[in-house]
Ligand binder design. Structure first.
Ligand SMILES: [Zn+2]
Length: 332
C-alpha cells in the first residue's frame, strides 16, 4: 500500500545517501525536525484509524533503524580518522623555540647603552613629509639625496622616510631643551639588493640639545658607547665628513674588535671599522624647529643597525637578515 511503498522508497534513498553523505548531514536530512522520516509521520493522519497502530510501529521501526545506521557511520568515520592521525611508532615532535632576531638584539644592545645615559627612546612614522625628511634637515631641493632614485615617494608631499633623522625634527618641535633622545626605526631606500644594500634597513638616531653642548660631549658619549659595545680596550676616531644637517660633521670609526686593530679582512687591514655618522646639529636645523641656536647647541649621530650586527656576528651579506632561513636565525 501507499505507506509501505513510501517507506521502501525512503529506505532506498537512505542507502544511496549513506554511501556518500557525512553522518551529521544524513542525520539532519532524514531524522531532523524537517527530515524525511518526519514527513512520513505527517502522512499517518490520513491512515484509517484501525491501521494507525501498525503503521505507527513501522514508522518507529524505520526511524530507529536510521538512527542506528547514522550512529554507526559516525563511529566508523571517527575510528578511520584516528587511525590516520595517530601512529604511535613515530618519534615525537619537539617544539621549536623562537629566538630574538639578531637585528633586534643588536638594537636592544645599542638602546641599553644610551638609556643608561638618560636618553629617552622616541619613534616617528615611516611615512613622512618631504619637509621633515629633507627641508627641515637643511637638505635643499638640488641635493643629490632628493633625486627620485634615492627615495621612495608615496604621493607628494609624502614619501617613505629614507633615514630616521626626521624624528629629530619631530622631537625638536615637540620638546624643549635639554633634549636627549634616541630614535630607532626602519628606513627605506630604492637600492638594488646586494651583499651590502637592502631597500629596507634599520637605523638608530641620537640627538642631544641643550645650552653649552660641544663636540667634546659628542666624543665622550660615542667613546662610552664604543667601549660598552665592544669592550674597554676599544678606541674611536673621527674623520671629517659632510652631512647637510650637521656642521661640523664626522664619520666615526672604532678600533677593529675582530683583530684588536692589528689588521684583518673585516677592517681591510686598516685596524679601523666605520660605524656611524655624526656631527653638531646645524644651526639652521635648530632654527627650523623654533630653537634659538644662540642659546642651545647639540649633537646628532646615526648608525645602521644591520651594519653593526654584521660586524658583531661576522655576517657577510645584509640579505641574510630578511630571508627567514631558520638555519641562519638559529645561530643567534
Ligand atoms: Zn680587523
Amino acid at each position: 500500500m501507499d505507506l509501505d511503498a513510501k517507506i521502501a522508497e525512503l529506505k532506498a534513498a537512505f542507502e544511496k545517501d549513506a554511501a556518500t553523505v557525512p553522518a551529521e548531514q544524513l542525520k539532519s536530512r532524514y531524522l531532523g525536525r524537517e527530515g524525511r522520516v518526519r514527513d512520513l509521520f505527517v502522512l499517518l493522519k490520513s491512515v484509517p484509524p484501525e491501521q494507525k497502530g501498525a503503521a505507527g510501529q513501522k514508522l518507529n521501526g524505520i526511524k530507529a533503524e536510521f538512527e542506528r545506521r547514522v550512529e554507526e557511520l559516525g563511529r566508523t568515520k571517527a575510528v578511520a580518522a584516528a587511525a590516520g592521525a595517530l601512529d604511535l611508532t613515530l618519534p615525537g615532535r619537539a617544539p621549536e623555540f623562537g629566538r630574538r632576531h639578531p637585528i633586534y638584539s643588536t638594537w636592544d644592545a645599542i638602546g641599553r647603552v644610551f638609556m643608561k645615559l638618560g636618553f629617552d627612546v622616541v619613534y616617528g612614522p615611516e611615512i613622512e613629509t618631504e619637509a621633515n625628511n629633507f627641508e627641515a634637515l637643511n637638505i635643499p631641493l638640488d641635493h643629490p639625496a632628493r633625486d627620485g632614485f634615492d627615495t621612495f615617494y608615496v604621493e607628494p608631499p609624502y614619501l617613505v622616510r629614507s633615514h630616521t633623522s626626521p624624528v629629530q625634527i619631530r622631537t625638536l618641535r615637540s620638546r624643549k631643551p635639554p633634549i636627549r633622545v634616541i630614535a630607532p626605526g626602519k628606513v627605506f631606500r630604492p637600492d638594488k639588493p646586494d651583499a651590502g644594500h637592502s631597500p629596507m634597513f634599520h637605523q638608530v638616531e641620537g640627538l642631544l640639545v641643550g645650552p653649552g653642548i660641544t663636540f667634546a660631549h659628542l666624543k665622550g658619549v660615542l667613546d662610552l658607547f664604543a667601549k660598552s659595545m665592544w669592550g674597554p680596550a676599544t678606541s674611536i676616531r673621527f674623520r671629517p665628513s659632510y652631512f647637510p644637517f650637521t656642521e661640523p660633521s664626522a664619520e666615526v670609526d672604532v678600533s677593529c674588535f675582530i683583530c684588536g686593530a692589528k689588521g684583518c679582512p673585516v677592517c681591510k687591514g686598516s685596524g679601523w671599522v666605520e660605524i656611524l655618522g655624526s656631527g653638531m646639529v646645524h644651526p639652521r636645523v635648530l632654527e627650523n624647529c623654533g630653537i634659538d641656536p644662540e642659546a642651545n647647541t647639540g649633537f646628532a649621530f646615526g648608525m645602521g643597525v644591520e651594519r653593526i650586527a654584521m660586524l658583531k656576528y661576522g655576517i657577510p651579506d645584509i640579505r641574510r637578515f630578511t630571508e627567514n632561513h631558520f638555519a641562519f636565525l638559529k645561530q643567534f
